[in-house]
Design a protein. Structure first.
Length: 120
């Protein structure tokens, strides 16, 4: 299993202008944060089975490149758009449209409330 974490450039910052880059970015700190997150979620034995990589650049291009020849691509969806509960993120949507393998989009938990309960 490969875990790729995108850092640095913003996914929408590509086009005619130079990519937006965080001048305070520290690769060493980011790599250690990635390792810590993987260990926290998977534990020691699970983390040992995962190849971890920190990737800079366009996240869609990086994920599609890494997914070539894969059995599946699993991506998260932060839902930062206007309709957080209904729309995929732009990166996950582009991956789903252009990947050469099946794509699984994992969404975080969303609190659903009943409209009748809110009216009370």
């Amino acid at each position: 299993m490969h875990l790729i974490k995108h850092v640095g450039n913003l996914p929408w910052a590509y086009g005619w202008s130079a990519p937006a880059v965080d001048p305070t970015f520290d690769r060493t700190i980011a790599e250690q944060g990635l390792v810590n997150q993987v260990h926290q979620v998977l534990g020691e034995s699970g983390a040992a089975k995962v190849r971890k990589r920190l990737v800079e650049g366009n996240p869609v291009a990086a994920l599609l490149r890494e997914a070539e020849g894969a059995k599946a691509l699993v991506v998260g969806s932060r839902g930062m758009g206007g309709f957080r509960r209904t729309l995929l993120g732009s990166v996950s949507q582009q991956c789903a449209m252009h990947a050469t393998c099946p794509v699984v989009v994992v969404r975080g938990t969303v609190e659903v409330t009943d409209a009748a309960t809110q009216a009370e």
